[in-house]
Design a protein around this ligand. Structure first.
Ligand SMILES: Cc1cc2nc3c(=O)[nH]c(=O)nc-3n(C[C@H](O)[C@H](O)[C@H](O)COP(=O)(O)O)c2cc1C
Length: 334
């Protein structure tokens, strides 16, 4: 009898397993078990894969997009970029060389990448030590303790960003963090007042095993804020940047689909590196989901002409107690 699938446990059982030796297809499928541990917007896991040796094909799944707040599908494609990065980190760890072509098929906008994988590869310096962080990584939604992050630790984070077209900006400035908090409050209030957004959020939360405690918590907090309940609790929760140490933004020169995917890769690499360095991290992407808030954000942080792709907070916190659920890999195969 096989053990029952536990979406918060089973996917991480891949940790410590050896590369299968039976067939190239089994090997590529094994690498995908690391890809699905990637973060994704609202844990939608909007990806599909096909292992066709020597290639792995990576697709975005439009059926799993968030309609409200992601009209330009930025979050869909950055999420797929996160999964692609995990795949490359795992491929390098198991000794494969890889070559990626983004959007290889002009007839299929959902075909995000074709990754050719061959034996006898070398690890790249910016990925070499990140493999063990794939199963260890969590998005940390807890209160952070505000302890400053030493400059050499921030430098170690900056070092994993090797794409010249991607900018990582980080600030500990309390005035700017306060401003980010103000914009977050505005974005949350705007989104929660929108019935389409509420419906979508609830739809993802109530997907049984795939819903998440933190999403439920968020709904509770938003309800409290909107209904003016529990003012003290709301005030604490509405300052996620003030209790973090650093506010960060990943921005790109272009605003293309490919730039969104690469920004996702960079985000995941930074998050894995943050895990390696003992830091907690959480995207705060409502800032980019509400058009007028996004405009104010770009102005306040002087980002123009860059395109902000992902905003996050960084700091020190108690670890998350459990993983956020994952669909079985089999449900993500095409
Ligand atoms: C593009 C993108 C946007 C995200 N936006 C947010 C956000 O605004 N707030 C948040 O708390 N988490 C956000 N997340 C984190 C996801 O909620 C998280 O990755 C998912 O629940 C899976 O949990 P895990 O990262 O701990 O594995 C985002 C993740 C991605 C990739």
């Amino acid at each position: 009898m096989t053990d029952a699938y536990d979406p918060k446990v089973t996917p991480w059982a891949v940790k410590g397993q050896a590369l299968p030796q039976d067939s190239p297809e089994a090997q590529l499928t094994f690498l995908l078990r690391f890809a699905i541990l990637a973060p994704s917007t609202y844990n939608t896991q909007p990806w599909k894969f096909r292992a066709a040796p020597p290639a792995i094909h990576v697709f975005a799944d439009p059926d799993r997009r968030m309609i409200s707040g992601d009209a330009d599908l930025r979050e869909l494609f950055t999420s797929v970029g996160c999964a692609l990065e995990n795949l490359l980190v795992a491929a390098e760890h198991f000794g494969f060389a890889h070559q990626t072509v983004l959007f290889p098929n002009p007839e299929d906008q959902w075909h995000v990448a074709a990754v050719d994988v061959h034996p006898n590869g070398q690890r790249s310096p910016h990925r070499a030590h990140l493999f063990d962080c794939i199963p260890a990584r969590h998005t940390n939604h807890r209160r952070y303790n505000g302890r400053p992050i030493p400059e050499d630790v921030l430098d170690a984070l900056r070092r994993v960003v090797v794409e010249p077209e991607v900018r990582l900006q980080m600030t500990a400035d309390p005035v700017l963090r306060r401003r980010a908090d103000e914009l977050l409050v505005e974005a949350d209030a705007h989104q929660f007042a929108d019935p389409t957004f509420r419906r979508e959020l609830l739809q993802w939360v109530t997907q049984g095993a795939f819903g998440s405690a933190w999403l439920l918590g968020k709904i509770g907090r938003l309800a409290a804020r909107t209904l003016h309940l529990s003012a003290h609790a709301v005030a604490v929760e509405s300052e996620p940047l003030m209790n973090a140490s650093v506010f960060g933004v990943i921005a790109t020169e272009a605003s293309t689909r490919a730039a969104q995917v690469v920004a996702g890769q960079v985000y995941e690499r930074i998050h894995l590196q943050a895990t390696y360095l003992g830091l907690s991290m959480q995207p705060v992407n409502q800032l980019l989901q509400v058009p007028h808030v996004k405009e104010a954000f770009i102005r306040s942080f002087n980002l123009s002409p860059l395109s902000p792709q992902l905003a996050f907070r960084l700091g020190y916190a108690e670890p998350e107690a459990e993983h956020t659920p994952r669909r079985p890999l089999e449900a993500c195969l095409k």
